[in-house]
Design a protein. Structure first.
Length: 202
């Protein structure tokens, strides 16, 4: 995990594979599932689509075997997000996100639900179904406010602003951008907001 947080993906991958071998020797499926999730994240970050997808699918299989709904939600969400990044796999991505959402709602787990709703908004934005996209962004925003998840609040607001621009609703675009600005906490988020302002007013 130290290598991953330092963005040393090569060493992180090597460390996770060693840990994966240990989990096999121990026959510890729960430990294996955690490692597969981290491997998938490393591959996704380095644009190794097929390897990331393989890791997440293995995670999904083990989570079902262990009957661990939170792990199933994580796997389905990661698969969905990965697939919607590829335009050709949008429908499959949405299907996985819908399954993750249904399971997360069943478990009444609000934190992942907010993120899934936000990703659903992104998926439908890519499909150019802007009304459905906005619906999901609004749901994500309201739930994020309820659980005080500022990251999802900020991303939902900036995503809604992008939709407003597409629809040439510049007044609401600016309003959502202003709310995003007041919620931002990091230099990166401030940079995103400033770039967005440049797009809005150029």
């Amino acid at each position: 995990m130290v290598y991953y947080t330092k963005r040393d993906h090569l060493k992180a991958t090597d460390a996770w594979y060693k840990a994966l071998n240990i989990s096999h020797q121990m026959d510890n499926r729960l430990y294996e599932s955690i490692i597969l999730a981290n491997l998938g994240n490393v591959y996704a970050d380095t644009n190794q689509f097929e390897k990331a997808l393989e890791s997440y699918k293995k995670l999904l299989s083990i989570s079902k075997l262990l009957k661990k709904p939170p792990l199933q939600v994580e796997a389905l969400t990661n698969i969905g997000v990965l697939l919607i990044e590829k335009e050709a796999h949008l429908d499959k991505g949405i299907l996985n996100l819908e399954q993750a959402l249904a399971l997360s709602l069943k478990e009444n787990n609000k934190y992942p639900t907010a993120s899934i709703l936000n990703n659903m908004g992104l998926a439908y934005k890519k499909k150019k179904d802007y009304s459905k996209s906005l619906k999901y962004y609004n749901q994500a925003l309201e739930l994020a406010k309820e659980i005080e998840n500022k990251y999802v609040q900020a991303t939902a607001l900036i995503n809604m602003s992008h939709l407003n621009i597409i629809n040439e609703d510049y007044k609401n675009a600016e309003l959502n951008a202003e709310f995003f600005f007041f919620k931002q906490k990091t230099a990166y988020e401030l940079t995103v907001w400033l770039e967005f302002r440049c797009v809005l007013f150029r």
